[in-house]
Write a protein that binds this ligand. Structure first.
Ligand code: DX5
Ligand code: ZN
Length: 234
Protein backbone atom coordinates (compact mmCIF):
# COMPACT_ATOMS: atom_id res chain seq x y z
CA UNK A 1 0.00 0.00 0.00
CA UNK A 2 1.27 3.51 -0.74
CA UNK A 3 2.01 5.95 2.07
CA UNK A 4 -0.69 8.56 2.27
CA UNK A 5 -0.02 12.07 3.51
CA UNK A 6 -2.52 14.65 4.75
CA UNK A 7 -1.71 18.28 4.02
CA UNK A 8 -4.20 20.68 5.66
CA UNK A 9 -4.52 23.93 3.69
CA UNK A 10 -4.08 27.03 5.82
CA UNK A 11 -6.35 28.93 3.43
CA UNK A 12 -9.26 27.83 5.62
CA UNK A 13 -7.47 28.56 8.92
CA UNK A 14 -8.17 31.56 11.14
CA UNK A 15 -5.68 34.10 9.80
CA UNK A 16 -5.96 36.17 12.97
CA UNK A 17 -4.45 33.26 14.92
CA UNK A 18 -2.18 31.67 12.36
CA UNK A 19 0.60 30.49 14.70
CA UNK A 20 -1.96 28.79 16.97
CA UNK A 21 -3.65 27.20 13.97
CA UNK A 22 -0.32 25.87 12.68
CA UNK A 23 0.58 24.40 16.07
CA UNK A 24 -2.90 22.95 16.61
CA UNK A 25 -3.16 21.30 13.21
CA UNK A 26 0.34 19.81 13.35
CA UNK A 27 -0.35 18.51 16.86
CA UNK A 28 -3.55 17.02 15.40
CA UNK A 29 -1.47 14.95 12.98
CA UNK A 30 -0.91 16.93 9.78
CA UNK A 31 1.92 15.43 7.69
CA UNK A 32 2.54 18.59 5.65
CA UNK A 33 1.13 22.11 5.80
CA UNK A 34 -0.20 23.51 2.52
CA UNK A 35 0.21 27.27 2.04
CA UNK A 36 -1.70 28.88 -0.83
CA UNK A 37 -0.08 32.02 -2.25
CA UNK A 38 -2.53 33.91 -4.49
CA UNK A 39 -1.84 37.19 -6.28
CA UNK A 40 -5.20 38.51 -7.56
CA UNK A 41 -3.73 38.24 -11.06
CA UNK A 42 -3.27 34.56 -11.85
CA UNK A 43 -6.28 33.82 -9.62
CA UNK A 44 -9.01 36.19 -8.40
CA UNK A 45 -7.94 36.13 -4.76
CA UNK A 46 -5.13 37.56 -2.67
CA UNK A 47 -3.50 35.74 0.22
CA UNK A 48 0.01 35.52 1.61
CA UNK A 49 3.63 35.96 0.59
CA UNK A 50 7.05 34.84 1.84
CA UNK A 51 6.90 36.94 5.03
CA UNK A 52 3.90 34.97 6.30
CA UNK A 53 5.65 31.73 5.33
CA UNK A 54 8.70 32.80 7.36
CA UNK A 55 6.47 33.80 10.29
CA UNK A 56 4.78 30.42 10.53
CA UNK A 57 7.89 28.31 9.81
CA UNK A 58 9.10 28.22 13.46
CA UNK A 59 5.65 27.00 14.56
CA UNK A 60 5.49 24.14 12.05
CA UNK A 61 7.41 20.93 12.64
CA UNK A 62 6.34 19.45 9.31
CA UNK A 63 7.25 20.28 5.69
CA UNK A 64 5.74 23.49 4.30
CA UNK A 65 4.09 22.82 0.95
CA UNK A 66 3.84 26.15 -0.86
CA UNK A 67 1.36 26.36 -3.73
CA UNK A 68 2.07 29.40 -5.89
CA UNK A 69 -0.94 30.75 -7.76
CA UNK A 70 0.95 33.77 -9.03
CA UNK A 71 2.25 35.13 -12.29
CA UNK A 72 5.09 35.72 -12.81
CA UNK A 73 6.52 32.91 -10.67
CA UNK A 74 10.29 33.18 -10.73
CA UNK A 75 10.78 36.24 -8.53
CA UNK A 76 8.98 34.48 -5.66
CA UNK A 77 10.93 31.22 -5.71
CA UNK A 78 14.03 32.24 -3.76
CA UNK A 79 12.08 34.37 -1.22
CA UNK A 80 9.76 31.44 -0.45
CA UNK A 81 12.68 28.99 -0.25
CA UNK A 82 14.47 31.35 2.14
CA UNK A 83 11.23 31.64 4.11
CA UNK A 84 11.36 27.89 4.74
CA UNK A 85 9.28 26.37 1.95
CA UNK A 86 10.09 22.65 1.68
CA UNK A 87 8.22 22.24 -1.60
CA UNK A 88 7.25 24.90 -4.13
CA UNK A 89 4.57 24.15 -6.72
CA UNK A 90 3.50 26.45 -9.54
CA UNK A 91 1.18 26.39 -12.54
CA UNK A 92 2.78 25.95 -15.98
CA UNK A 93 0.44 28.60 -17.45
CA UNK A 94 1.88 31.12 -15.00
CA UNK A 95 5.51 30.72 -16.06
CA UNK A 96 6.94 31.69 -19.44
CA UNK A 97 9.74 29.14 -19.04
CA UNK A 98 8.61 26.11 -17.06
CA UNK A 99 11.97 24.32 -17.26
CA UNK A 100 13.79 27.42 -16.05
CA UNK A 101 11.40 27.86 -13.11
CA UNK A 102 11.92 24.22 -12.12
CA UNK A 103 15.69 24.73 -12.23
CA UNK A 104 15.32 27.81 -10.06
CA UNK A 105 13.31 25.87 -7.47
CA UNK A 106 15.88 23.06 -7.41
CA UNK A 107 18.76 25.52 -7.07
CA UNK A 108 16.94 27.17 -4.17
CA UNK A 109 17.06 23.90 -2.23
CA UNK A 110 13.30 23.28 -2.25
CA UNK A 111 11.48 20.34 -3.85
CA UNK A 112 9.58 21.15 -7.03
CA UNK A 113 5.94 20.60 -7.96
CA UNK A 114 3.93 21.33 -11.09
CA UNK A 115 0.26 22.17 -10.51
CA UNK A 116 -2.24 21.10 -13.17
CA UNK A 117 -5.58 22.87 -13.41
CA UNK A 118 -8.67 20.81 -14.28
CA UNK A 119 -8.30 21.76 -17.97
CA UNK A 120 -4.50 21.59 -18.18
CA UNK A 121 -3.46 18.73 -20.49
CA UNK A 122 -0.96 16.16 -19.21
CA UNK A 123 1.36 16.84 -22.14
CA UNK A 124 2.93 19.59 -20.00
CA UNK A 125 4.57 16.73 -18.09
CA UNK A 126 6.22 15.23 -21.18
CA UNK A 127 9.60 16.92 -20.99
CA UNK A 128 9.84 17.94 -17.33
CA UNK A 129 8.60 14.96 -15.32
CA UNK A 130 12.14 13.98 -14.33
CA UNK A 131 12.62 17.43 -12.76
CA UNK A 132 9.58 17.04 -10.52
CA UNK A 133 9.15 15.81 -6.97
CA UNK A 134 5.37 16.30 -7.01
CA UNK A 135 2.57 16.48 -9.56
CA UNK A 136 -0.16 18.60 -7.97
CA UNK A 137 -3.49 17.73 -9.55
CA UNK A 138 -6.10 20.44 -9.01
CA UNK A 139 -9.54 19.00 -8.39
CA UNK A 140 -11.10 22.48 -8.34
CA UNK A 141 -10.25 25.62 -10.24
CA UNK A 142 -7.67 27.47 -8.17
CA UNK A 143 -8.55 30.54 -6.14
CA UNK A 144 -10.84 29.58 -3.31
CA UNK A 145 -11.31 27.03 -0.56
CA UNK A 146 -14.56 25.21 0.00
CA UNK A 147 -15.33 24.35 -3.65
CA UNK A 148 -16.79 21.01 -4.75
CA UNK A 149 -14.46 18.27 -6.04
CA UNK A 150 -14.67 18.02 -9.85
CA UNK A 151 -15.48 14.33 -10.58
CA UNK A 152 -13.56 14.28 -13.91
CA UNK A 153 -10.39 14.64 -11.82
CA UNK A 154 -10.57 10.94 -10.94
CA UNK A 155 -9.96 9.86 -14.53
CA UNK A 156 -7.20 12.43 -14.84
CA UNK A 157 -5.57 11.18 -11.63
CA UNK A 158 -5.43 7.67 -13.07
CA UNK A 159 -3.57 8.97 -16.11
CA UNK A 160 -1.18 10.97 -13.94
CA UNK A 161 -0.57 7.88 -11.77
CA UNK A 162 0.39 5.87 -14.88
CA UNK A 163 2.88 8.51 -15.99
CA UNK A 164 4.32 8.89 -12.52
CA UNK A 165 4.71 5.14 -12.03
CA UNK A 166 6.42 4.84 -15.42
CA UNK A 167 8.80 7.71 -14.56
CA UNK A 168 9.61 6.22 -11.15
CA UNK A 169 10.34 2.84 -12.72
CA UNK A 170 12.53 4.40 -15.35
CA UNK A 171 14.58 6.62 -13.04
CA UNK A 172 14.19 5.15 -9.55
CA UNK A 173 13.33 8.66 -8.30
CA UNK A 174 10.46 9.18 -5.87
CA UNK A 175 7.61 11.24 -7.28
CA UNK A 176 4.38 12.01 -5.44
CA UNK A 177 0.89 12.69 -6.75
CA UNK A 178 -0.88 15.37 -4.73
CA UNK A 179 -4.54 16.31 -5.08
CA UNK A 180 -5.93 19.71 -4.11
CA UNK A 181 -9.54 20.83 -3.79
CA UNK A 182 -12.75 19.44 -2.36
CA UNK A 183 -11.13 16.50 -0.57
CA UNK A 184 -13.40 15.14 2.19
CA UNK A 185 -13.68 11.98 4.25
CA UNK A 186 -16.53 10.98 1.92
CA UNK A 187 -14.44 11.00 -1.29
CA UNK A 188 -10.83 10.50 -0.16
CA UNK A 189 -10.87 6.71 -0.60
CA UNK A 190 -11.95 7.07 -4.22
CA UNK A 191 -9.27 9.70 -4.79
CA UNK A 192 -6.64 7.41 -3.29
CA UNK A 193 -7.81 4.55 -5.45
CA UNK A 194 -7.39 6.79 -8.50
CA UNK A 195 -3.76 7.38 -7.59
CA UNK A 196 -3.13 10.21 -5.12
CA UNK A 197 -0.45 10.03 -2.41
CA UNK A 198 -0.89 13.45 -0.80
CA UNK A 199 -4.26 14.96 0.06
CA UNK A 200 -4.71 18.69 0.57
CA UNK A 201 -7.70 19.39 2.77
CA UNK A 202 -8.68 22.92 3.75
CA UNK A 203 -12.32 23.21 4.74
CA UNK A 204 -12.54 19.52 5.67
CA UNK A 205 -9.98 20.11 8.44
CA UNK A 206 -10.28 23.77 9.47
CA UNK A 207 -14.06 23.74 9.13
CA UNK A 208 -14.22 21.13 11.89
CA UNK A 209 -14.14 21.99 15.58
CA UNK A 210 -11.77 19.09 16.35
CA UNK A 211 -8.82 18.95 13.93
CA UNK A 212 -7.55 15.61 15.22
CA UNK A 213 -10.96 14.09 14.65
CA UNK A 214 -11.16 15.59 11.15
CA UNK A 215 -7.70 14.30 10.19
CA UNK A 216 -8.55 10.98 11.83
CA UNK A 217 -11.68 10.73 9.70
CA UNK A 218 -9.60 11.27 6.53
CA UNK A 219 -7.06 8.65 7.64
CA UNK A 220 -9.83 6.27 8.67
CA UNK A 221 -11.37 6.50 5.20
CA UNK A 222 -7.93 5.74 3.74
CA UNK A 223 -7.60 2.70 5.97
CA UNK A 224 -4.65 4.26 7.80
CA UNK A 225 -4.49 3.10 11.39
CA UNK A 226 -2.16 5.70 12.78
CA UNK A 227 -0.06 8.60 11.72
CA UNK A 228 2.82 7.79 9.43
CA UNK A 229 5.88 9.99 9.43
CA UNK A 230 6.29 12.68 6.81
CA UNK A 231 8.40 11.41 3.94
CA UNK A 232 9.74 14.72 2.78
CA UNK A 233 11.15 16.31 5.91
CA UNK A 234 13.61 19.00 5.03
C1 DX5 B 1 -7.60 26.36 -3.95
C2 DX5 B 1 -6.46 25.98 -3.06
C3 DX5 B 1 -6.71 24.88 -2.14
C4 DX5 B 1 -7.79 25.10 -1.12
C5 DX5 B 1 -8.44 23.79 -0.86
O1 DX5 B 1 -7.12 27.20 -4.94
O2 DX5 B 1 -5.33 25.62 -3.87
O3 DX5 B 1 -5.49 24.48 -1.49
O4 DX5 B 1 -7.33 25.61 0.10
O5 DX5 B 1 -9.53 24.00 -0.03
P1 DX5 B 1 -10.67 22.89 0.16
O6 DX5 B 1 -10.00 21.68 0.74
O7 DX5 B 1 -11.63 23.54 1.11
O8 DX5 B 1 -11.23 22.64 -1.20
ZN1 ZN C 1 -3.57 24.76 -2.88
Amino acid sequence: MRDFLIAPSLLSADFAHLADEVRDVTAAGADWLHLDAMDNHYVPNLTVGPCVCAAIRPHANVPLDVHLMTTPVDALVVPFAQAGASLISFHPEASLHVHRTLELIQASGARAGLALNPATPLTVLDHVIDQLDVVLVMSVNPGFGGQAFIPATLAKLRLVRERVDAAMQRTGRRLLVEVDGGVKASNIAQIAEAGADVFVAGSAVFGASDYAQAIGALRGALGQQEREGAVMAR
